[in-house]
Ligand binder design. Structure first.
Ligand code: HEC
Ligand code: HEC
Ligand code: HEC
Length: 141
């Protein structure tokens, strides 16, 4: 009999293998994408100026903040861009109540006098997303 639709044939071993490899490619892509998702739970090191200016890099425990505040508080209202390393934050702006200073003002959270609680990474720690789930705590880097 002439095959009109060969692709409708019974599933052969070959198609099964092909399906399987497509599926494992998907799983692979999923795992590649996972760290991006995890960054919500990680610490983010900010170091555009700190070390150049003689301070330790800043450890921002993202996970700690996101369980307490909605995303939009920081990413819309306070203007933090959603990309590690994308934000130009200065101490001057912070002390005027912008960025971290909107909360770290001695009323919502401890004030900016506690330099070492934010500037807590070991010297040389590069900016970016580090680890996931939790920080070792301020000063433990
Ligand atoms: C207290 C403030 C704050 C809250 C709340 C917050 N974020 Fe962020 N987020 C930041 C800061 C600060 C950065 C890092 C910016 C930088 O490095 O310049 C960041 C970075 C990110 C990044 C980039 C990570 C990367 O890999 O580049 C993503 C994605 C993100 N946030 C998503 C979220 C989501 C989703 C929520 C809510 C569930 C949330 N954030 C809540 C402050 C916050
Ligand atoms: C609530 C967190 C926080 C606290 C507390 C804090 N800083 Fe910062 N500081 C930052 C962030 C975030 C940056 C920008 C990080 C970067 O990109 O290098 C920064 C940047 C700096 C810089 C780089 C140059 C500049 O002026 O922006 C210096 C110097 C600095 N801080 C000194 C201090 C000193 C001194 C104290 C204590 C009196 C202090 N910081 C307290 C978060 C903090
Ligand atoms: C929307 C408010 C908000 C913003 C914005 C914010 N914080 Fe916080 N942060 C808090 C609160 C609330 C706490 C808990 C304070 C306490 O325990 O007394 C905290 C705690 C912390 C801690 C200690 C975490 C721990 O394990 O105890 C660090 C470090 C910190 N913030 C750094 C930063 C830095 C750096 C920025 C800016 C990049 C920032 N925060 C922006 C509200 C904020």
């Amino acid at each position: 009999m002439k095959r009109i639709h060969p692709e409708c044939d019974l599933i052969t071993g070959k198609t099964v293998r092909r399906l399987f490899s497509v599926m494992s490619a998907c799983v692979f892509v999923f795992f590649l994408a996972t760290p991006v998702v995890n960054s919500e739970y990680a610490d983010i090191v900010l170091n555009k100026r700190s070390e150049q200016e003689g301070e330790r890099p800043v450890v921002f425990p993202h996970w700690f903040h996101r369980i307490r505040f909605q995303c939009r508080v920081c990413h819309t209202e306070l203007g933090f861009e959603m990309r590690a390393g994308a934000n130009n934050v200065t101490m001057d702006e912070i002390s005027k109540g912008k960025f971290c200073g909107a909360c770290h003002n001695g009323s919502i959270a401890w004030s900016i006098d506690n330099c070492g609680l934010c500037h807590s990474a070991l010297p040389g720690t590069p900016a970016g997303v580090i680890g996931s789930h939790q920080t070792s705590g301020p000063g433990n880097w």
